[in-house]
Design a protein around this ligand. Structure first.
Ligand code: ZN
Length: 289
């Protein structure tokens, strides 16, 4: 029986799980994320139990999986951290570095909402928007640059944190919906309340929500045209809007597409465990490849 440690480093929390073949979780823990890369290596070294044969580590930002280097994270303020080597030197165990969204996508495609499907896009919509692209059953990483669907042009004139103008993320992320509603309504509300208010006919909420839905439909139409996924697994905070999100998005996308394959839009099944499970899968793959 093969046993690995999967670790998912988030902006606030870090999840660690001991996982066996087939994604069976034996134990898991959530801890506050240390503020430095050295602190993260210390945390992993402290969490490795006996019997573990490899470590999978998923981190946010720009990640070069091939070299095992976390190239850049705005959130955690690091640059060019060779995590795979650092963790391996410290623990003596082979360590595979992955990207949090791509690891989550791998887990959803093998163990979650897109199990058994070969062409999948995993689309978490939260503070930002990114995608994991799985084609023919394989993750497409492109040295860490693939999947930045949040930064395609959605045809508006608002600035994005990336420095460009008009990005999808600046109009359709959960954070953008909350920010845009506050700017127009003059009061702050959680995204969930804004979506509910839009359903109840609040004109400001409805306008912000409609604009987000239109931008998401455009991005999904682009994905359907270029990659033709069979399934798009939508995760992140916004997916908790449930039918209020999935029904209009499914309907608009079907209307927008003509000859293309219309992807099924399904909610993520693994929730915030996806990244950690995906990290463990990377380590299990390393041992069996
Ligand atoms: Zn951007």
């Amino acid at each position: 029986m093969t046993r690995v440690l999967g670790v998912d480093v988030g902006g606030t929390d870090t999840k660690a799980a001991v996982v066996e073949d087939g994604g069976v979780v034996l134990a898991s823990r959530t801890l506050p994320t240390p503020r430095s890369p050295g602190g993260i290596v210390d945390l992993i070294a402290a969490e490795v139990p006996g019997g573990v044969q490899a470590i999978g580590l998923a981190v946010p930002g720009l990640v070069d999986e091939r070299r095992g280097v976390a190239v850049w994270s705005e959130n955690l303020d690091w640059q060019d951290v060779p995590f795979a080597d650092l963790v391996c030197e410290r623990t003596g165990l082979p360590t595979v570095l992955g990207h949090d969204v791509r690891a989550g996508g791998l887990a959803e495609s093998r163990l979650g909402a897109a199990r058994g499907i070969r062409d999948v896009v995993f689309l978490p919509i939260g503070t930002g928007i990114a995608a994991a692209v799985i084609l023919g059953g394989r993750l497409h990483a492109a040295d860490g640059y693939a999947g930045e669907i949040g930064h395609v042009d959605a045809g508006h004139s608002e600035p994005c944190l990336c420095g460009a103008t008009g990005c999808l993320e600046a109009i359709a992320s959960a954070a953008a919906i909350a920010r845009r509603y506050e700017a127009r309504a003059g009061r702050a509300a959680p995204t969930r309340e804004i979506v509910a208010a839009a359903q109840d006919g609040d004109p400001v909420a409805a306008e912000v929500w409609e604009e987000a839905l239109d931008a998401l439909t455009g991005a999904l139409a682009w994905l359907a045209s270029v990659l033709a996924p069979e399934v798009v697994v939508v995760g992140g905070g916004l997916s908790r809007a449930g039918d209020a999100l999935f029904e209009p998005l499914t309907e608009r996308l079907a209307r927008r597409l003509t000859f293309q394959r219309v992807p099924r839009l399904v909610p993520a099944a693994l929730g915030d465990r996806a990244g950690c499970l995906g990290a463990a899968l990377l380590a299990l793959d390393y041992l069996t490849d």
